[in-house]
Design a binder for this molecule. Structure first.
Ligand code: SF4
Length: 269
């Protein structure tokens, strides 16, 4: 017949075992392996988890409830702080994206800079000098820096706000229209960046084309850059694989139905 256990029986079992261990010169607490399986089941069922059972039997000093409670509260506070930080980050992203849309950008997505694909193989396209700025602008190659230097500059910041504008361009022979569209894109970026900087988002601009703040660039007349802190290089000068970036950001990249998108980024922390 199964033995019936009461609380006092369980406590006695533990206490007696403890006395027995001490009489053998052992200083440890009673362990599960010191008992029959039916004793173990009863002790755990009636007194709770083993350390708690030892406490109830007066063998093990009671836990420091204060410390446990403080640890519990600390864990809860840390969890709440993580949740609040996540929400703040999401809110921050939404407000930046909204500011970009308000400024007229069609595409606006924030990505981590370590997700951007760079390819130094794009640099020879700059060297072809189709834009006429190679060696004639501080923001363009070779004066802007090597592909690796440009890449490291981007990677020294954590985030990039990828921006696009879309323009009706009938064909690529409309060079003045394209030039004007890029200038408007860059001007909108400068306005947006001023707003972002005013609320603490420090960073730098990567334009749809190279810097055109001075006409011509001071490089052509052998003078130092007029705005070294504001000058901006284009996506090509950074050797950014823009098609892949657009795909990753889910922003339209293709020239279709006479609509041509231009891209830029604000790289920030
Ligand atoms: S700020 Fe002026 S000088 Fe400097 S890179 Fe731009 S156009 Fe050239």
């Amino acid at each position: 017949m199964d033995k019936k256990y009461y609380k006092k029986d369980c406590i006695l079992l533990l206490k007696n075992k403890y006395i027995e261990l001490q009489s053998q010169g052992l200083t440890r607490y009673p362990q599960r392996s010191d008992f029959e399986s039916q004793d173990i089941v009863a002790i755990k069922a009636i007194l709770g988890p083993w350390p708690r059972a030892l406490e109830i039997a007066g063998i093990k000093p009671p836990r420091d409830e204060d410390r446990l409670q403080k640890n519990r509260e600390k864990r809860i506070r840390a969890k709440r702080a993580r949740t609040a930080a996540r929400k703040a980050l999401e809110k921050e992203r939404k407000s930046i994206i909204k500011a970009a849309h308000d400024e007229g950008f069609r595409g606006a997505t924030i990505i981590d800079t370590d997700k951007i694909v760079f390819d130094a193989a794009f640099r020879p396209y700059c060297e072809e000098n189709l834009c006429g700025q190679y060696g004639a602008n501080y923001s363009c190659p070779p004066d802007c820096g090597t592909p690796e230097e440009m890449k490291q500059r981007v990677l020294s910041y954590k985030k990039a706000l990828v921006l696009s504008t879309e323009w009706e361009i009938e064909d690529f022979s409309q060079t003045d229209r394209i030039k004007d569209a890029k200038a408007q894109h860059n001007a909108a970026m400068l306005r947006l960046i001023e707003k972002l900087k005013s609320v603490g988002y420090d960073g730098f601009m990567v334009g749809a084309s190279g810097c055109s703040m001075c006409k011509p660039c001071k490089l052509t007349i052998g003078e130092p850059c007029e705005h070294p802190d504001k000058k901006y290089s284009c996506m090509s000068a950074y050797c950014i694989y823009v098609k892949k970036l657009a795909e990753d950001c889910k922003i339209n990249y293709d020239y279709k139905d006479n609509i041509l998108p231009f891209f830029g980024m604000y790289v920030f922390d």
